[in-house]
Design a protein around this ligand. Structure first.
Ligand SMILES: *[C@@H]1O[C@H](CO)[C@@H](O)[C@H](O)[C@H]1NC(C)=O
Ligand SMILES: *[C@@H]1O[C@H](CO)[C@@H](O)[C@H](O)[C@H]1NC(C)=O
Ligand SMILES: *[C@@H]1O[C@H](CO)[C@@H](O)[C@H](O)[C@H]1NC(C)=O
Ligand SMILES: *[C@@H]1O[C@H](CO)[C@@H](O)[C@H](O)[C@H]1NC(C)=O
Ligand SMILES: *[C@@H]1O[C@H](CO)[C@@H](O)[C@H](O)[C@H]1NC(C)=O
Ligand SMILES: *[C@@H]1O[C@H](CO)[C@@H](O)[C@H](O)[C@H]1NC(C)=O
Ligand SMILES: *[C@@H]1O[C@H](CO)[C@@H](O)[C@H](O)[C@H]1NC(C)=O
Ligand SMILES: *[C@@H]1O[C@H](CO)[C@@H](O)[C@H](O)[C@H]1NC(C)=O
Ligand SMILES: *[C@@H]1O[C@H](CO)[C@@H](O)[C@H](O)[C@H]1NC(C)=O
Ligand SMILES: *[C@@H]1O[C@H](CO)[C@@H](O)[C@H](O)[C@H]1NC(C)=O
Length: 220
């Protein structure tokens, strides 16, 4: 295979990968009850693991993407905050793998409502799957959408946070766009931790492009 063909093939693969994730047929898991307390970055690193885009953002006073994961005896408690133009999703892994059937919680914005879905991550596609959660609270003021999701997930190592477009009429979720990752394994209780925790920022597309570039260089 010559380099030109290889580049074309890689480009097609990247385009195919990026187009393969829109999913239809989601059924609402349960209707969120109102969220009475705004999601904030208080107690990050102390009682909960946090991440945000941009970093060090406080979602109670700024518009940004923010997520936290708080370990609890009964299961992790997740907070998601993001732009009220689409959805924000959290995929939880217990073995650091992503795309192999990991549970995903989705907080999606209707015009003034919050729709909650659960799904399984298969490669980079969300597969609708109705998984029960003890409770979900949500709020959408038209600018920011926030959710508080009480789960029964006990073991986790990493949480990936994604966003995407959402059509609340058809209940279609657009392609997953990777925002940041939260490591939920370091010890908590760090008194310096009043802001958001460590976030590793990269995008799936960037990672693919870099991989493609390296392959092309290696073969030239
Ligand atoms: C979540 O909803 C429940 C049930 O409506 C309510 O009791 C609780 O106070 C809410 N939690 C928050 C943080 O708003
Ligand atoms: C929210 O999304 C809208 C539409 O995509 C965009 O115009 C706006 O800048 C976004 N706000 C933030 C804070 O990202
Ligand atoms: C995917 O996860 C769901 C829910 O945990 C489980 O019911 C199902 O069997 C899993 N599928 C595969 C192929 O592992
Ligand atoms: C994920 O994608 C790869 C390559 O496209 C494919 O070989 C594999 O079967 C897919 N895995 C699942 C679980 O669909
Ligand atoms: C999804 O699961 C919840 C909790 O188990 C249940 O109350 C709800 O009816 C289910 N929804 C659908 C559409 O199956
Ligand atoms: C989460 O659900 C568990 C039951 O599974 C309950 O004991 C706990 O109080 C709930 N936590 C919150 C913050 O709602
Ligand atoms: C997802 O987040 C990115 C980065 O902030 C933003 O550019 C994009 O508009 C968001 N997508 C949607 C559908 O809001
Ligand atoms: C949602 O989908 C419907 C049906 O395809 C379409 O008419 C509508 O314009 C879409 N809404 C948005 C906000 O894209
Ligand atoms: C506490 O935070 C500091 C500064 O961010 C970091 O260097 C240290 O490793 C953290 N300690 C623990 C136990 O996480
Ligand atoms: C939170 O903890 C992480 C890892 O333990 C550390 O890298 C980060 O600097 C901490 N953040 C703050 C604000 O202390």
């Amino acid at each position: 295979m010559n380099t030109r063909v290889l580049v074309t093939v890689l480009f097609m693969v990247i385009v195919a990968v990026n187009k393969a994730t829109a999913t239809t047929g989601f059924i609402m898991n349960q209707t969120p009850t109102p969220l009475n307390v705004a999601v904030s970055n208080q107690k990050c690193n102390m009682t909960k693991y946090c991440g945000s885009l941009p970093s060090s953002c406080n979602p109670s006073s700024q518009s940004c993407y923010f997520a936290s994961a708080q370990p609890d005896a009964a299961g992790f408690l997740f907070e998601l905050s993001g732009n009220a133009t689409g959805y924000i999703a959290a995929t939880v892994t217990s073995n650091s793998a992503f795309g192999k059937n990991e549970t995903t919680y989705i907080c999606a914005s209707g015009s003034s409502t919050v729709d909650f879905y659960t799904a399984l991550l298969n490669n980079i596609t969300l597969i609708p799957a109705n998984m029960s959660v003890p409770s979900v609270n949500g709020t959408n003021n038209g600018i920011i959408t926030q959710c508080l999701i009480n789960t029964t997930i006990i073991s986790a190592t990493l949480v990936n946070i994604y966003n995407g477009s959402y059509n609340s009429t058809t209940r279609d979720l657009g392609n997953l766009n990777f925002l940041f990752q939260i490591n939920v394994t370091p010890p908590l209780g760090n008194s310096t931790g009043s802001n958001d925790g460590i976030t590793i920022q990269h995008s799936m597309t960037q990672a693919l492009l870099i991989t493609a570039g390296v392959l092309v260089l290696a073969l030239m």
